[in-house]
Design a protein around this ligand. Sequence first.
Ligand code: PMP
Length: 282
Amino acid sequence: MPDLAYLNGDIMPIEKATVPIEDRGYQFGDGVYEYIASYAGRLFMLGAHLDRLERSMGGLDFPPIPRSRIKAAIVDLFERAGYDRAGIYIQITRGVAPRNHAFDPTLSPQVVMTIRQINALPENLHRDGITAITVRDIRWGRCDIKTIQLLANSLAKQKALSEGHSDAIFISDQNVVREGTSSNLFIVKGGQLITHPLTPNILPGITRMAIIDICRETDLKIDESFFTTDALYHADEVFLTGTVTEVMPVTQIDGRCIGDGNVGPLTRKLYDGLRQKALAGA
Ligand code: PMP
């Protein structure tokens, strides 16, 4: 089965799917997206992704699309592709119109999806951890909306790669540690986890939510509060979370070793916990 695309109700091979050049997503980045993964033939946390998609659309004043319609399209695409381990990308833009900053509130949103088989990240990354750099957070003030405007994220990721690292971590003007370029960030200090609270400055990650659930279920202390680069550098463990990233240990940041430089026990435990949750079809 080839990788498939969904385009406003029609399903076709990805290379056959095209959008008009006056789509506002193309011209203004006026769109939102989701990325959902499946494990062993089951979509992981579909409901939470649909909740966030609705919130993102509401955040940009898009007219609502019935949840049942989006859900049915996702499930149909997933079943047709038949992949056990699939990644589904869903993008909704405000619509197609002659280029103008102002928009017609009655425009019809354009819904595009693609499905591809997920190639697991190299196993050694999860086993040995990655290295990262910090970058100034130059993003806009609504990072809680999952928009397709990812230029700052893209440039930061590229900077990390060009300097021989795997990812970049956004830091505010006041030195508050925000998140990764496509992941949330947790630190461990003295057996307790800390992650940035849900504010407009970070994306409310679905994996972040799953990790917090696992912490509560297993009596691990988790604190959602602000912390600075100083706490980041002096953490016992640091890891990133995301749908693609899962739980990714970070063992070195800006050239400084985190803890003893090895992947820590809580990071491992939460990686295993997330995998178990996903395979159980939570
Ligand atoms: N933060 C940012 C900036 C992201 O792009 C992502 C992934 N889309 C995440 C966090 C993690 O979100 P999730 O766990 O829902 O994939």
